[in-house]
Design a protein around this ligand. Sequence first.
Ligand SMILES: [Zn+2]
Length: 192
Amino acid sequence: MRRMAKLFWRYGAMAAGKTLALLGVAHNYERLGRSVLIYTARIDDRYGEGVVGTRLGIQRPARTFGPDTRFSPQDVPPGTACILFDEAQFLTCEQVTELHRLAVLHGFPVICYGLRSDFQGKAFEGAAALSTLADQIEELKTVCACGRKASFNIRVDAQGKRLWEGEQVSIGGDAQYIAACPHQFYTGHCKP
Ligand SMILES: [Zn+2]
């Protein structure tokens, strides 16, 4: 019987280095001759479907998950030392429970990286579920333009104009996301 493992939730705003941290964990396991399983959301095709990538140009292939993906012990290849998730905010509540069971009942450590809140300050479903069930929670920090901690994400158009309304997930189009301090998030500008 495998020992109990943990479900980890490591969240941060845009550009907090989440994907880079994930790739670093994968590298450390593989350096020791142990294999990892990497998933990313099917919704994220910035680097091609099934690829986890960073703005620094490092990337590698990954399995993809959608709302219908199930996570059972049979889906985990024998010898897998760790299961890593990028864009974990897109997991459903039910999937997060499945992943917690994989860790606690089947001994596979599961490390999830993702955003906590959307551009309107609302929790993503996966983020809320991970905050509820994860055995260990860590914030990956990044800074706002003003130098304060950026814990929110704002959506801007191609011209950099703030977008306050819209769908939670905007696929395609020119919308971009910027990490922002709470003051900027609510007022549109940083506290002087
Ligand atoms: Zn700021």
